[in-house]
Design a protein around this ligand. Sequence first.
Ligand code: EZ4
Ligand code: CO
Length: 401
Amino acid sequence: MKILDGKVIVCSPGRNFVTLKLQTEDGVYGLGDATLNGRELAVASYLRDHVVPLLIGRDARRIEDIWQYLYKGAYWRRGPVTMTAIAAVDTALWDIKGKMSNAPVYQLLGGASRDSVMVYGHASGRTIDETCEAVERYASLGYKAVRAQSSVPGLQSTYGVGKGDVYEPAEAGLAPDTAWSSERYIESVPPLFARLRKEFGFDLHLLHDVHHRLTPIEAGRLGRALEPHRLFWMEDPTPAENQESFRLIRQHTTTPLAVGEVFNSIHDCRTLIQDQLIDYIRTTVVHAGGISHLRKIAALAELYQVRTGSHGATDLSPVCMAAALHFDVSVHNFGIQEYMRHTDETDRVFPHAYRFADGAMHPGDAPGLGVDIDEALASTFPYVRAYLPTARLLDGTVHSW
Ligand code: EZ4
Ligand code: CO
């Protein structure tokens, strides 16, 4: 079961994706997502120029050994580019192992711990009324959980507010600057959730993403103000390079906290988990070293009653989505999965077995991950340079996006 070849496929069916396709000598191939939003070609080169040559001739069945070889063997350790590349290899090898065993990957991960996994969708609007209408649309589609974001009065654009039906934060061309005011934002969020609770009651789970924009004490204040509205979680309240800063937020609010979509290693969340400073860990397959490493994070989190809530925005390809669902359905301490629908073009390039019904998803029972890539179709959507926007305070100071 030797690896014969590795191909890096870059395409842009609605947005950019990098996909690794590992081919074995037995004719079985596996796919891994390697998309790092806004820095895609760095991972494509890392794989093509540095990783694939190391893989040829290796035994595709030795997933853990190859993981350790790429991690420790590179000397440099961690970092988003390295860990996204390792994730792609790991994911592709699990896909191959599933196909070889004629079993869906979740069966190789201990089998299903649940029948399906609860997902949350993204509702947003320029006004509270518009956001209410968007939440209503998700509720009528059967969603049990919805993330709600609304524009901040007086600011032209706010993170998380989509332009159309599919929310896509990256923009083609150079990254635009957007204006930000934490003071105005903090005032605008509690009225949004007061209104949503009035309209929808407490049966619907409501989530909110702060996107790393507050200081710990500001986040503590917002979390406390949101307590009457019983959020499922407040996401990324402050940047987490300093894991200790969550202790300050924790001292001030019982609103559940989620963080980790930009983490790439278990070391990024060890204190957060062990000191029970968070409730949900948002690390994903594609950015945190693949299915193998994510399972180690989940196992650590399980000891401390921290549940998983993996990132699942549109820049995580259907290959990552499929892998995430195999992980979600199998780990005991699953909490929720983010699910932003992809464009029709994306879904056509990546046909998949996973399905949505009644606010929940299932990875399907096709052997492996149950996702494929139509390479001929992919080649009709060439790469388009695109970046996430950046945020500046009203006086021009760069702020966290
Ligand atoms: O900004 O996926 O919870 N979801 C998010 C996303 C992220 C993008 C980054 O690439 O915060 O919109
Ligand atoms: Co987020």
